[in-house]
Design a protein around this ligand. Sequence first.
Ligand code: SF4
Ligand code: SF4
Length: 469
Amino acid sequence: MPKKYHLHAKATPLDLDFIFKFKIVRGENCINCGRCTKVCIYEAHKRRKNDPRKMADPNTVVCRNCFRCIQECPRGALEKSLSKEFLNSGGAYWKPDMLISLWKQAEDGKVPVTGAGYRGRFTGPGFDSMWTDMSEIVRPTRDGIHGREYISTGVELGRKLNHLVFDANGRLQSKVFDTIDIPLPIIFDIPAENLSANVKTALIEAAAEISTCIVMPAANIGPDLAKYSANIIPYITLKEIDQYQAVLGKARLVAIEYDAAMLGDLPRIQAKLKKAGKALTIIRVPAVKEVETIVSKLAHNGAEIIHVVGDYRGTEVGGAAGSNPRLLKDIIRAVHLRLVDERIRDEVTLMISGGVAMAEHVPKAMLCGADLTAIDLPLLVAIGARLYENPEKLLVLPEGLDKIPVPIVRQRIVNLMVAWHSQLLEVMGAMGIREARRLRGETGRAIFFEEIDNDTFGKLFKKGEAARV
Ligand code: SF4
Ligand code: SF4
């Protein structure tokens, strides 16, 4: 049995103001009796340091929403309300609750649990409009996720053979391609350009610690990062191949921006890349309208790994204003099925990014047909970045982030991945799937809202006008 892949979480609070769902307010009718200081085990209520006769403002940061202080205050002086900051953050896709969940996972690496029961909607945009079939709850649940049964979350990247050819003497004739194994179906995607040096270092170190990789512009990879070359994926354009030969020569994987020239000339381009070193090539293709055709042609031309890059809200990119863009989950399904129909799906690795906001989006993307996912925004939310969707995408990095020591930033990113890994194990265990690669394209193990909505109400309404529940 192979050694278990295990990640280590460590409580790592970050002393930066993040958004909080509720705000506790102490009313003027407080009589400073101090009862709330005794009932709150999280010490959200304290007396003022300079005048202990009076209560200080409640510390919302440590509040865990148990409501005990509110129930026990003899004057009904405490009030909890949804904070305006919370309501204004995120947007329709990156819901404020998601941002808080990522922040908390980065704090302790634990799977998020809500004790008060779930009272929200059971469907949402993108990956949230599908559910995984967890009807085969088996051993991992009984034994815990690190129980007796081994569940592999590892995936293999690279070109694979459709079949093997042997000669009359049983000797292998086929040339087997090089592949790369990573223990988690997640890589870190190109981080925002304006990240401080400590954050960049922490992202690279975190990628190395969990044995995954991070995509970075080749221009940002200096000799000081040579020791991380197994974990850094240089990102280049077609024109930059000659310029970054030294960096490419050390890498295991190289990401290259899609160029229409690749449709006719991919073998020559790949040969040029292989002259620099042995790195496998990832072609980054934007999730445009005709992406299935592009991916199909690249796969037939010998592409090793194709990365379909969607919008940050998990939709098609490059559509006309006002058009109804396709959802990435539907794009992945279409790309996957096109390759299956053309009998070439097993030969190429398909990676996706865009809208992967929560741990469960990883297995969902794989069920739709991806081999693995790439993430960027969750990593930044984990270290305090605030995301706003309206009126347009805005990512605000917290003040003082550049002064936080690298080990703290790194551990928060590792913690986030610990939580996501644990959730992936839980989902796979509950689905009775022992190997992550077997999730790929298993749409029969998923339930799609649009499909059951149509099955249930489609006959009552005209096509395309099924009711929303
Ligand atoms: S329990 Fe109520 S009245 Fe007493 S100190 Fe706390 S808020 Fe004030
Ligand atoms: S709601 Fe609970 S955790 Fe929050 S301040 Fe009151 S007693 Fe403390």
